[in-house]
Design a protein around this ligand. Structure first.
Ligand code: MGD
Ligand code: MGD
Ligand code: SF4
Ligand code: MO
Length: 765
């Protein structure tokens, strides 16, 4: 692997007054994004007697090698944020605009949740209770190892997560191809010769479904070693600037482009010989089914000329190693599952799956070696109540929450438990959802801030800060471009603040009818059950396992990590070994693992799953519409210093230029009478917003871009810094009816809009 730049000068705070002493508090993995950088956390004293956090990249972390981004340096500021809740809050008054929020004790708060949820369950059953799990759940094992039990305890059809505004397409295509929705193949960034990237901007996002600290450095290294990077994006992003070639696609058409690339490889006989022999019948059917998607046919719809598509197909097939990688821009459209599937198909048919430089499967320590067969994957075991959409992984589409609250009848959602989520800013048709949440009989939010969603809660239960909890990446070690293992300790005491596993277990106790004080016994029961399952699978003794992991002072979340490690036949390492390696362990480059990863009944890849075959009809119809209408299409974007909706209250991250702007191409600005810096009104089928215009020729003409996660001007929220520059909520514009039928993911990109000059709204922008 090429050396990674460990210089971080632009991240360092201005050091004045002079430093008197710097004390290392410890090392921990950054929990803020998927890159999992190692951080070294210091307390610095200055000559004025003040203490500050000083957070740097951990140069000894074998994976991130000192890399850090501005968000990581702000972990201390997030901890210190005076708006971060230290005790539960109770809302007094129904309307958040006029309500007050009073701090209350934990006992009282849980009593109130117990009384309210207990009454609703007694009258309407648990199917009237909804759960929404937000993105930070996967960034903390104190949450992710316990929320599954909460979901099972509630046992309702109203399970919603951020996955259906994010990566569900990838789970579904992986489930169909490989039999396991979590078997997600990641691009082998450090060894590939050819990377085709669609709808991702890792220079700002630091990567997604591909855990790679210093993604930018790794892409630069790919270029430096003579490799090719093709970036398909309607905007010439910073990632596109790094690329060998930028392909400015018409939003929403990646599945068409990919279908044409696959068709071209199939038609030109550029298939890998081994794959051709092993999958002959499927490849024939695929070739026939994709006959209508040749480069000439998709050129008009995608906005990419046929010669470019042909050339990329040939380069991809001819490269010593190549991999296709698609993300948010390609997955959060109504053709997301098709796009995700075709991404893998292109990699597979060119012989690039499961080999160095292609797409590979990480094998984290805590997961045992698989057998290579399984029961496969299916969706649609039930359908959502109002819209009849198929369940996916036990979830209904997040975009359906509002109608499930407002539509009367059996199974109507009357109460919600929101954990680490801010759907009022992050899910479609946001204004409607906000109103709907106000109609719930009860909402309890587990969240550190009184924000746009938790202001709709009667009770807010705040977790301790990231500084106060240990860390192990259950999820991202399964998406890493190298096999790594790392556990970090809590850096600060949580004092009398209950840990997050305790909060979730208390809620499990409540919805199970055990009352508000059952957190500990519930937790103990969960751990004992996990020990029993492992014992019966391995023929060991459950009680002995329980004793082994019950180390005094070790949190139950960490005990479960230890259990997973002990239960895995991948190595003999236990949690103690990880504790002894505070910078983490590098377990090497990814190795071929498909033969153990597969969970299909026949142990083969299902290259052309029936559901996707059927879904191609929609794509044909889209193709026939060509360049579609001349209406502008809205896409999203991310900024390095932001993270979805919840880092805008950290002054250190939001200073500088306004980031919530509508990026418009000069041609479109002129056509619609827009002037740089002035306000534009943006209207979609779902709603309208007013945002400041940023004229910029990096965007494809006909496309406009607005980031999500803003709109911090809703009455009742308590985000003093964010409220000063609230920005606008782009999800007021996303249309909750536009959903990929296969995976339930909402269309967050390629939204038809009209734009024009507007009167500026005071305080916006
Ligand atoms: N238009 C548009 N919308 C999008 C996207 C897009 O690209 N465009 N992206 C989508 C994507 S990819 C995602 S993942 C979703 C995110 O959707 P959400 O997860 O709903 O939104 P976040 O803004 O991540 O909100 C996280 C919440 O968790 C809280 N929080 C932070 N840390 C913790 C913690 O340790 N414990 C607890 N209990 N709470 C915590 C924060 O205060 C915040 O309220 O947004 C999606 N929405
Ligand atoms: N700084 C920062 N980092 C983050 C986050 C954040 O909010 N801020 N969020 C985190 C989360 S939860 C996630 S899921 C990841 C997401 O990480 P990424 O998937 O890299 O997401 P984005 O940075 O939004 O990049 C999406 C790109 O898709 C382009 N695009 C839009 N529509 C289309 C289309 O139809 N086709 C194609 N080909 N491209 C299109 C957009 O112009 C944009 O450049 O980022 C994570 N990291
Ligand atoms: S890139 Fe992600 S993991 Fe690394 S410091 Fe930034 S926010 Fe944290
Ligand atoms: Mo996400």
């Amino acid at each position: 692997m090429a050396a990674i730049d460990t210089q971080i000068p632009r991240m360092l705070p201005t050091q004045k007054p002079a430093t008197v002493s710097t004390e290392l508090i410890g090392h921990r993995t950054c929990p803020l994004c998927e890159a999992t950088c190692g951080l070294s956390v210091y307390r610095r004293k200055d000559t004025a007697g003040d203490e500050h956090w000083l957070i740097r990249g951990d140069a000894d972390d074998p994976f991130s090698q000192g890399f850090i981004c501005p968000k990581g340096t702000a972990l201390g500021a997030l901890h210190d944020d005076p708006n971060r809740l230290r005790t539960p809050l109770r809302r007094v008054g129904d309307d958040p605009a006029t309500a007050t929020y009073e701090p209350i004790g934990w006992e009282e708060a849980l009593e109130e949740v117990n009384t309210a949820l207990g009454a609703i369950i007694a009258e309407h059953g648990t199917d009237s209770i909804g759960i929404y799990l937000g993105n930070p759940v996967v960034h903390s094992h104190h949450l992710s190892l316990f929320t599954g039990a909460l979901v099972r305890a509630v046992n309702s059809h109203h399970l919603y997560t951020a996955s259906t505004v994010d990566q569900m397409a990838r789970h579904v295509s992986s489930g169909m191809l490989f039999g396991d929705p979590d078997a997600i193949a990641v691009p082998d960034l450090d060894r590939t010769d050819y990377l085709l990237m669609l709808g991702a901007n890792p220079v700002e996002s630091n990567g997604s479904l591909c855990t790679a600290p210093n993604f930018e450095g790794r892409l630069q290294a790919l270029r430096d070693r003579g490799g090719t990077l093709i970036v398909v994006d309607p905007r010439r992003t910073k990632t596109a600037e790094l690329a060998s070639e930028h392909v400015a696609i018409i939003p929403g058409t990646d599945a068409l482009l990919l279908a044409a690339l696959v068709a071209e490889v199939l038609n030109r006989g550029a298939i890998d010989a081994g794959v051709a022999a092993a999958y002959e019948p499927e490849l024939k059917e695929l070739q026939a089914a994709l006959a209508g998607f040749d480069p000439d046919t998709v050129a008009s719809a995608t906005g990419i000329d046929a010669a470019t598509i042909r050339r990329i197909a040939h380069e991809f097939a001819a490269a010593p190693s190549a991999v296709a990688y698609s993300r948010i821009g390609a997955h959060t459209t109504i053709f997301g599952t098709l796009a995700s599937w075709l991404t893998d198909v292109l990699t597979i048919i060119t012989g690039n799956l499961d080999r160095p430089g292609g797409a590979m499967f990480p094998t984290p320590l805590h997961l045992g070696v698989g057998s290579g067969t399984g029961r496969g994957f299916r969706t649609g075991r039930w359908s959502s109540r109002v819209h009849g959409r198929p369940e996916v992984r036990g979830e209904a589409p997040a975009a359906e929450m509002a109608t499930e609250i407002t539509t009367p009848g059996p199974g109507q959602m009357r109460a919600m438990i929101v954990v680490a989520g801010n759907p009022v800013l992050s899910t479609p048709d946001a204004a409607t959802l906000d109103e709907a949440l106000g109609q719930l009989n009860f909402l309890v939010s587990v969240d550190p801030w009184l924000n746009e969603t938790s202001r709709r809660a009667t009770i807010i239960l705040p977790p301790p800060s990231a500084m106060q909890r240990s860390h192990y990446d259950i999820g991202f070690s399964r998406l890493s471009v190298r096999n790594v293992a790392k556990w970090s300790p809590a850096l600060l005491e949580a004092d009398d603040h209950p840990p997050e596993w305790w909060i979730i277990c208390a809620l499990i106790g409540i919805v199970s009818g055990l009352g508000p004080t059952a957190a500990e016994p519930v937790c103990e029961q969960l751990i004992e059950r996990a020990c029993s399952r492992l014992a019966s699978a391995t023929g060991s003794d459950a009680a002995a396992l329980r004793d082994q992991i019950k180390v005094p002072g070790r949190s139950p979340a960490d005990q479960l990590v230890d259990l997973l490690l002990r239960g895995s036949d991948r190595s003999d390492l236990t949690l103690d070994d990880l504790i002894d390696a505070p910078h983490g362990l590098d377990l090497g480059a990814l190795e071929p693992a498909l033969s153990e990863i597969l969970r299909t009944p026949d142990g083969r890849i299902d290259l052309f799953p029936d559901a996707l075959r059927a879904d191609l009809a929609r794509l044909v119809e889209r193709c026939e519409r060509g360049a579609a209408s001349d209406q502008l299409l809205l896409v999203g974007r991310r900024d390095l210093r932001s993270n979805n909706s919840w880092l805008h209250n950290a002054a250190v991250l939001v200073r500088g230029k306004d980031r919530c702007t509508l990026v418009v191409h000069p041609r479109d600005a002129a056509a619609h009478g827009l002037v740089d810096g002035d306000a534009a009104i943006v209207v979609s089928a779902a709603g309208e917003i007013v945002a400041p215009v940023e004229i910029d020729d990096t965007i494809r003409p006909g496309v406009v871009s607005l980031p999500h996660g803003y709109g911090h001007n809703l009455a009742g929220a308590r985000l003093d810094v964010a409220a000063q520059r609230p920005g606008v909520n782009s999800n007021v514009l996303t249309d909750g009816t536009q959903i990929d039928p296969l995976c339930g993911t909402a269309q967050l990109n390629a939204i038809p809009v009209t734009i024009g000059p507007a009167q500026p709204i005071p305080g916006v922008g």
